[in-house]
Design a protein around this ligand. Structure first.
Ligand code: PFF
Length: 452
């Protein structure tokens, strides 16, 4: 059976529209905010290599699988898994995968929106000239005063959630597609300019060395899990979001090619962010492992001292907010899609319901930077615990299940038909999805649990 039905939410108008939107979902805070700081915390080069290997050997095959499942099922992740498990004569419980993904999406969005709120606030800080001539102490003070004030964080988090809900309420074509068209080219131009700036700093080579030197002694088991989790997070995998985007994908688009392009662009943006941040870190004697504040404590120094820094600062944070928006809409889309399809409510109401839940959850992250900074779960603040649980546990488990379903449950005739690629390429994908990806995720988990 080929599913010729179209999604009720509309379809991408062209191949480039899909690639743009999927890239918009992939490229976000994960690349520019998270990748540099976790690379800094985990020692640099060796971590980056493990991350890139995870993208190539686990991420891309799973991205292809997840998009394929979405396009074949053409519905929200829960229903898609119900339809596909029936088609494959597999256990009905596979649809719990859809639930896991939706839960991960909302949990991620709850803290994602808070950090995107920081970026929004920094647009105004840049605009008002706060970075002008600022030294390390001034920039660090600016950041710690800001995150220490819960009311400010609540304000920006609220604003970001409202913007996300308004865009999602308008639906696929209008809302999602248009916002990415201007964003991606703008992001690349700014990153290129900032790379040029980084090349003029005295710490450039030290920064590059940190990012690309292979010192495997610094690599712990937990760092490998974090690198793998980051591959899932950055590509937006394992939570049904790619599945939903796949559901809006017309038949004539090659899923494999699109996935490779998206993964390549996504990794490039992360590496560029690293090439920009670490030279600044070393030029100014900052600590690469300083955590989630890293970009907010490094980039303002650069903007404060470079020619045209005011304009670049404003533009950079504006673009970062837009990159975060195009990811945020992807994080909430599976839940909205499920609410509309299964509860029969309007898109607007579905956005409101899921948005309010996420907004409230966001308070855990906000308070973990100030009034609840002492509240710890296994030595982690609430924000760290949420991030660890979602990126390093839920997404890899979701990705593992997607790989097992696509590789072992689904009939090969169906996956081959859906992917429609030359048979040699199909065999490579099948090997990766059947053996490589599940085994890699499993081994990393065993390693972290101390079994290996
Ligand atoms: N990939 C996004 C980023 O790197 O910022 C975050 C994200 C978006 C994760 C969508 C998961 C997702 F489904």
């Amino acid at each position: 059976m080929t599913n010729t039905k179209k999604s009720i939410h509309g379809e991408w108008s062209s191949r480039s529209a899909f690639i743009l939107a999927a890239t918009g979902s992939a490229v976000g805070l994960g690349n520019i905010w998270k990748f540099p700081y976790i690379t800094g915390e985990n020692g640099g080069g060796a971590f980056v290599i493990v991350y890139l290997l995870c993208v190539a050997l686990i991420g891309i095959p799973i991205m292809i699988a997840e998009t394929m499942l979405g396009r074949r099922g053409r519905e929200n992740p829960v229903h898609t898994m119900q339809v596909l498990s029936a088609e494959a004569d597999a256990d009905k419980r596979w649809h719990y995968l859809g639930w896991l993904g939706m839960a991960a999406g909302l949990l991620i969005l709850s803290y994602y929106s808070v950090i995107a709120g920081w970026a929004s606030a920094y647009v105004f800080k840049a605009f008002s000239g706060s970075f002008f001539g600022a030294d390390v102490t001034a920039v660090e003070q600016l950041f710690s005063d800001f995150v220490g004030n819960p009311m400010q964080l609540i304000f920006w988090h609220t604003l970001f959630m409202v913007a996300t809900m308004l865009i999602v309420a308008r639906g696929v074509g209008d809302g999602l597609e248009k916002s990415v068209r201007i964003l991606m080219p703008g992001l690349f131009i700014l990153l290129a300019l900032l790379v040029m700036y980084a090349m003029t700093t005295s710490g450039y080579f030290q920064g590059i060395h940190f990012l690309f030197s292979l010192d495997f002694n610094k690599l712990t088991g937990n760092a490998i899990l974090i690198a793998m989790g980051q591959a899932f997070f950055s590509l937006g995998l394992g939570m049904g979001c790619v599945m939903v985007y796949g559901a809006y994908l017309p038949k004539n688009i090659s899923i494999a090619k699109a996935s490779i392009v998206i993964a390549a662009v996504d990794s490039l943006v992360a590496l560029l962010a690293g090439i920009i941040i670490f030279p600044i870190v070393f030029t100014y004697g900052l600590n690469p492992g300083s955590g989630p504040g890293l970009i907010f404590e490094t980039l303002p120094i650069a903007f404060g001292s470079m020619t045209g820094g005011w304009l670049f600062g404003v533009l950079f944070f504006v673009i970062l907010v837009f990159a975060a928006l195009s990811s945020a809409i992807a994080l909430i889309e599976p839940t909205v899609c499920w609410l509309v399809e299964s509860k029969g409510i309007t898109r607007g109401l579905a956005c409101l319901q899921s948005g309010v839940v996420t907004w409230l959850l966001g308070f855990c992250t906000i308070f973990s930077f100030n009034i609840w900074s002492d509240v710890k779960i296994f030595d982690h603040t609430l924000f760290e615990a949420l991030d660890y649980l979602t990126a390093n546990v839920m997404l890899p488990v979701g990705g593992f299940a997607i790989a097992v379903f696509a590789g072992w449950m689904m009939k090969q005739q169906h996956s081959a038909q859906e992917l429609d690629i030359p048979s040699q390429h199909y065999q490579i994908w099948l090997f990766l999805i059947k053996y490589m990806a599940p085994a890699a995720v499993f081994l990393v988990f065993l390693h972290v649990m101390g079994v290996l």
